[in-house]
Design a protein around this ligand. Structure first.
Ligand code: PMP
Length: 389
């Protein structure tokens, strides 16, 4: 095993695919410290700038004083505190759904839903570009999984015709590496027609999209109940950590009884739940953050097109710059780092072969000066790279 692993690692390295971590020396923010330097950060999912907000910090400190740090057990043993309970109730009320259930991470929420709800006679039908946790959950499920070409309704309809006792259609609300929004009206109509259930992973839509921040369904003017299973995370727009699933009483009770990734894991600390509650409050109280982010997205796209930077058709905070080759993408990312910008290269297998990209994520905290500097440097590096190769 070890020899084979060594060979796999070396192969990764040879193809410029070795992943590396950066050790931060301060808070998550637009300006971030690492390796003794300050960088302008364009790689964070902290879309609304809440990860370092004083109200979240205060809520966490206060709750840690009252509840301690460790939650001590899983939710079903004695790990479920009044902070968790209040957060679940506030989420259900905000979304207008019957109930919500906390999970320690989004990965576990998706894995739990797909491995415990459908059985061997059912079909899971997923977009090919869905998040890895949905794909992994689908593969581990007793149900058969089919995938359709990304955002391709013909391919989707073909999969819907496959025989099954029942069908669960699963899609990201906002696709994490492309930034486009799923065609939710069309998917929901088809689900209705075929009596299929719909699950939305709105990790990148919740808090950001829609006038009130309710996410991708609100963005299209659809009711929250359009999805039978609504999942989102706290680690992005809400500035916290963890995830939840929301929907009917039947959905939530089934997850509590049968969801192994819910049952067999320690509950998130109560202090984290308290910080998530503060984040949930802020997305409701401070709509200006979404407006500022929308302005930044608009500004970025307009200026990028003036610089002829190869963007994808995304209208969200995720604005990938498609480069293609792994070595080129990595070289541009390294050159930007030299210029004080953190813009991480995203390479296969996270994205398809030959589609390596620099995934720009914009936040409400970026200024137009920040965006000017990024695009000026990006245009320069892309030009220099193209001249070299
Ligand atoms: N779904 C999507 C679409 C995501 O982007 C992510 C996180 N990258 C997750 C689920 C997993 O969430 P978490 O980080 O809380 O495990």
């Amino acid at each position: 095993m070890w020899q084979k692993l060594q060979a796999r690692l070396e192969q990764r390295k040879a193809h410029d695919l070795l992943r590396q971590r950066l050790t931060l020396e301060g808070a998550q923010s637009v300006r971030i410290r690492a390796e003794g330097k300050e960088y302008l950060n364009f790689s964070s999912n902290d879309y609304l700038g809440l990860a370092n907000h004083p109200k979240l910090i205060e809520a966490m400190q206060k709750a840690a004083k009252q509840y301690g740090v460790g939650s001590g057990a899983s939710h079903l043993i004695i790990g479920h505190s009044e902070q968790h309970h209040a957060l679940e109730e506030e989420l259900a009320e905000f979304l207008g759904l019957e109930r919500a259930l906390l999970f320690s991470t989004g990965y576990m929420a998706n894995y739990g839903v797909l491995t415990c709800l459908p059985d061997k006679n059912d079909l899971i039908i997923q977009d090919k570009l869905n998040h890895a946790s949905l794909i992994d959950g689908g593969m581990a499920s007793a149900a058969k999984m089919l995938r359709y070409a990304h955002a391709d309704m013909d391919s989707f309809e073909r999969q819907m015709k496959q025989p099954a006792e029942s069908r669960l259609v699963v899609t990201d609300g906002v696709f994490s590496m492309d930034g486009d929004i799923a065609q939710l009206s069309e998917l929901a109509d088809s689900c209705k027609k075929h009596k299929a259930s719909l699950m939305i992973d709105d990790a990148h839509g919740f808090g950001v999209l829609g006038e009130q921040g309710k996410g991708s369904l609100e963005h299209f003017g659809l009711t929250q109940g359009t999805a039978d299973i609504y999942m989102a995370t706290f680690g992005k727009a809400l500035g916290g950590f963890g995830a939840f699933v929301a929907g009917s009483e039947l959905l939530i009770e089934s997850l509590i009884q049968f969801g192994r990734s819910y049952i067999y894991t320690t509950a998130m600390p109560a202090a984290v739940a308290a910080a998530n509650r503060a984040g949930l409050n802020l997305i409701q109280e401070e709509a200006w953050r979404r407006e500022k982010l929308a302005k930044n997205i608009d500004y970025f796209r307009r200026l990028a097109s003036e610089y002829h930077i190869p963007l994808m058709p995304s209208q969200t905070a995720i604005q990938p710059v498609l480069i293609g080759r792994n070595d080129k993408t990595l070289a541009i990312s390294r050159a930007l780092k030299e210029a004080g910008i953190l813009l991480v290269a995203i390479r296969p297998p996270t994205v398809p072969e030959n589609s390596a990209r620099l995934r720009v994520t914009l936040t409400a905290e970026h200024t137009t000066d920040d965006i000017d500097y990024l695009l000026e440097q990006l245009a320069l590096q892309i030009k220099q790279m193209n001249e070299k190769t």
